[in-house]
Design a protein around this ligand. Structure first.
Ligand code: ARG
Length: 418
């Protein structure tokens, strides 16, 4: 017997899966369905149409929330400051958004008296883990339902047939062969022809960025200012975080910047081929990293490098609300007070190059120490003593080895061993 559930809060995108989920949950649990949608900067999000669609499909109430600001401040900037990229490539747009959506849903579920929350993730991906791990961390008693793991449709056609039978509006236009997730930090594209890792992504798989051969003939130069680890202006124009990221996505897309094509290790144990477009993320990560090189002492910088892949894994694995992610975050936060300055960026033919950096207050680049000319203030004579002590352990080990070799050869002579 199905347990009695009266009210379900469903994460809703308006696509086929979550639309069918409304009806399927309603039928299976005879429950009231409330939909939840977060506006995280999806470019084609039409709130009015989405609301109508959810209501026509059977939702009793529709919540659509603009979370762009929170997403940037509480998720994107912390990840930027950590230099987070999974497996050295993916800036984690989708992975960063899930815990925020889950957090808001957990809050609404409580306020609305919902007995359960539901999401439209498949049983094969990372997103189910991220949603559910976040729900579990925030409200361990909250029941979570994943219709796509339970409903038993094996083909897309089964789902479409179900939708037609239940008067669920199915887009008349040909369905995109791709599974797409989009927010301000990037767009993630999978499925269709991308499933063959040997095949070059078809032109239509890229949604935001221009192909290199249709980018402008001249490079674009940008000066990006950071204030304590936060990007605050482009070419001297102060912008709020949403404007700044939106603008970088736009100009980056025009120059073909931020295309990523990779085979990645999913948390559930399979490898998958995905493409991402993340122009703003690519530019900001490069710029933040470069400015860090100028203002951070060597050991802090190297230590940051050594833990950033662990941090990225935790985010990818859905462990945003874990003690270790928070602890590592605190470490990155302590470095940010130094990250104030400007970075000069050149965008050209798909590339984002950092071509200059400066920090009036925090630069550790010493004009007297660096040059090889008559202004040089570096004390060359102290280098000899430094090297002597630096390599002392090597000398001790080498003389020890030499002594052993001498002993060995004496022994072999004594016993006539060859
Ligand atoms: N593989 C990426 C991740 O795990 C993207 C997932 C995107 N989801 C989607 N429905 N396309 O973060």
């Amino acid at each position: 017997m199905t347990e009695k559930i009266n009210k379900i809060l469903l994460a809703y995108s308006g696509g086929l899966d979550t639309s069918v989920s409304i009806k399927w949950l309603q039928e299976k649990y005879e429950a009231e369905i409330i939909t939840y949608t977060a506006d995280l900067g999806q470019q084609d999000l039409d709130k009015k149409t989405l609301k109508e669609k959810a209501l026509t499909t059977g939702a009793s109430q529709v919540i659509i929330e603009d979370l762009k600001k929170e997403f940037i401040t509480d998720h994107i900037f912390p990840a930027l400051q950590a230099g987070a990229v999974y497996e050295g490539k993916y800036p984690l747009a989708t992975a960063l958004a899930r815990p925020l959506i889950a957090e808001r849903m957990a809050k609404y579920a409580e306020e609305l008296g919902a007995d359960a929350v539901a999401h439209g993730c498949t049983g094969k991906g990372n997103d189910q883990v991220r949603f559910e791990a976040s729900f579990n961390a925030l409200n361990p008693g909250l029941k979570v339902i994943a219709p796509l793991r339970d409903w038993g449709f094996t083909t897309r056609q089964d789902e479409i047939d179900y939708a037609r039978e239940h008067d669920i509006p199915v887009q008349a236009t040909k369905d995109s062969p791709y599974s797409i997730d989009e927010n301000l930090w990037g767009i993630s594209v999978e499925c269709g022809q991308l499933e063959d890792p040997w095949q070059e992504p078809p032109a239509d798989a890229y949604q935001w960025t221009r192909e290199v051969n249709s980018t402008p003939e001249q490079p674009a130069y940008l000066t990006l200012s950071f204030q304590e680890g936060i990007p605050v202006s482009i070419n001297g124009e102060a912008l709020n975080p949403t404007e700044l990221i939106t603008r970088l996505n736009k100009i980056g897309s025009t120059y073909g910047v931020g295309r990523i094509d990779m085979v990645e290790n999913r948390l559930v144990g399979i490898k998958s081929r995905e493409i991402y477009e993340a122009p703003a993320a690519t530019i900001l990560l490069a710029a933040h990293q470069d400015l860090s090189s100028l203002v951070l002492d060597r050991e802090s910088l190297h230590f940051k490098e050594s833990i950033k892949s662990k941090y990225s894994e935790l985010v990818y694995y859905g462990l945003w609300f874990s003690p270790l992610r928070v602890a590592l975050q605190n470490f990155f936060t302590t470095l940010q007070s130094k990250i104030t300055g400007q970075v000069k960026i050149k965008l050209f033919q798909g590339q984002c190059q950092i071509v200059g950096r400066k920090s009036q207050l925090n630069s550790l680049y010493d004009e007297g120490l660096a040059p090889y000319d008559e202004n040089d203030t570096f004390d060359h004579s102290s280098a000899a003593g430094f090297i002597k002590l630096w390599s002392l352990p090597l000398r001790v080990a080498a003389s020890c080895e030499k002594k052993q070799n001498v002993e060995d050869s004496k022994l072999s002579k004594t016993f006539n061993i060859i």
